[in-house]
Design a protein around this ligand. Structure first.
Ligand code: FES
Length: 80
């Protein structure tokens, strides 16, 4: 899966770098399925969605925390 982490100003100030750190802490079996990219502002942080925001494959996820993004990845990759 491709994860695009928004590193625009608002998402950056609200912790997008902690999301990258959290992803990199995942066990290798998950990391092997993940490709991390960085994105500038998705233009959804002005009232539509709550930063920090990331796009996983084609879907935007908001209000992310390190724990939340790890859980999403683990659920998507599967536990086997
Ligand atoms: S700064 Fe991240 S969506 Fe705008």
């Amino acid at each position: 899966m491709v994860i695009s982490i928004c590193v625009g100003t608002t998402c950056h100030l609200l912790g997008s770098s902690s999301l990258v750190e959290a992803i990199n802490e995942l066990p290798e079996k998950y990391l092997n399925n993940v490709s991390i990219k960085y994105s500038t502002c998705f233009d959804v942080c002005h009232g539509q969605m709550k930063p920090p925001i990331a796009k996983i494959d084609d879907k935007l996820y908001d209000d992310l925390s390190p724990d939340k993004i790890k859980k999403i990845i683990i659920a998507m990759v599967g536990d086997n």
